[in-house]
Design a protein around this ligand. Structure first.
Ligand code: NAI
Length: 291
């Protein structure tokens, strides 16, 4: 397989930016594309502040920070990613949007370029099926925040080839991550559990089991979770959580039926940190405000 030096990331949202930072800090050249020019424009200053925070916390030196930013290039079209050796898609969690994009990618990139999707739960097989080379399509599921979370789930679709799995595991390690090899099922190993926990926490809130703070505190201290389910859902985004739950409800059944209160939060635009209000409220820097 082709040696990977330049990675193309598609989608400049929460995850795309995280993947771009992680790839650049590990020495890869990275091109970032988003269909929304505003999202792309905002991504660069946001990456600059992420780098500044990492320097301030002494996780990287200021010269490493500068070199990281130098390795990141915005791209104004998908075609502008054509020199990339490995593609990671991180656009919205919508099968049709992803399929349309993979059809375009299939036409642009030569056979040896792996097309990886960061989908949280959707079928790799269904995304791959719209391309002429389904064997090069694979799941590469990162976690939020990408620079802090150790794991990448490498998810094999029905037709993903062995060399593509090996290449993706290698790239995952070169990105400084631990990898888990997963066979495709809805929600893989992780989203299936985290969607269920976040949904159940909302049912508990609706039933008056406790306040969000009390439930989060109980889960953190009693079950030894590093974050409570509401803190985590605010970080992930309840819109993304809801899309995953709806898909798991369709594919795996009743136990994943989205809690009506969670649905209302999404309808109200209380999506989490990215809208500065989810279950909790946040300032512009993403710091939690007292309720
Ligand atoms: P987001 O909503 O923050 O960002 C999505 C970005 O994709 C937006 O900037 C949008 O303009 C762009 N976009 C939409 N359609 C596009 C297209 N056709 N071409 C190029 N760009 C397009 O979403 P987020 O949270 O970053 O999620 C992205 C993917 O990563 C989803 O599949 C999600 O399920 C997955 N994921 C999300 C996690 C999270 O914690 N938010 C964790 C792990 C995976």
């Amino acid at each position: 397989m082709k040696e990977v030096r330049q990675i193309g990331v598609i989608g400049a949202g929460v995850m795309g930016k995280g993947i771009v930072y992680q790839a650049a800090v590990q020495g890869f050249s990275v091109c970032l594309y988003d269909a929304d020019p505003e999202a792309l424009e905002q991504a660069i200053p946001q990456l600059e502040s992420l780098v500044a925070r990492q320097v301030k916390k002494e996780r990287i030196t200021s010269s490493e920070g500068e070199a990281t930013l130098d390795r990141i290039q915005p791209a104004d079209s998908l075609e502008a990613l054509a020199s990339c050796d490995f593609i990671i898609e991180a656009v919205v969690e919508d099968l049709e949007v992803k399929q349309k994009l993979f059809r375009q990618l299939d036409a642009i990139f030569p056979d040896e370029v792996v097309l990886a999707t960061n989908t949280s739960a959707k079928s790799i097989t269904e995304i791959a099926a719209v391309t002429s080379k389904p064997e090069r399509v694979i799941g590469m599921h990162f976690f939020n925040p990408v620079h802090r979370m150790k794991l990448v789930e490498v998810v094999r679709g029905l037709q993903t080839s062995d060399p593509v799995v090996e290449q993706t595991l290698r790239v995952g390690r070169e990105l400084g991550k631990e990898t888990a090899r997963i066979q495709e099922r809805p929600g893989f190993a992780t989203s299936r559990i985290s969607a269920l926990v976040g949904n159940e926490a909302f049912y508990m809130l609706m039933e008056g089991v406790g306040s969000a703070e009390e439930i989060d505190r109980a889960i953190k201290l009693g079950l030894n979770h590093p974050m409570g389910p509401f803190e985590l859902g605010d970080l992930v985004g309840w819109d993304t959580r809801l899309k995953v739950l709806q898909y798991l409800h369709e594919t795996l059944g009743e136990k994943f039926r989205p809690c009506p209160l969670l649905v209302q939060y999404v309808q109200a635009g209380r999506l989490g940190r990215k809208t500065r209000q989810g279950v909790y409220r946040y300032d512009e820097q993403g710091r939690r405000l007292q309720q």
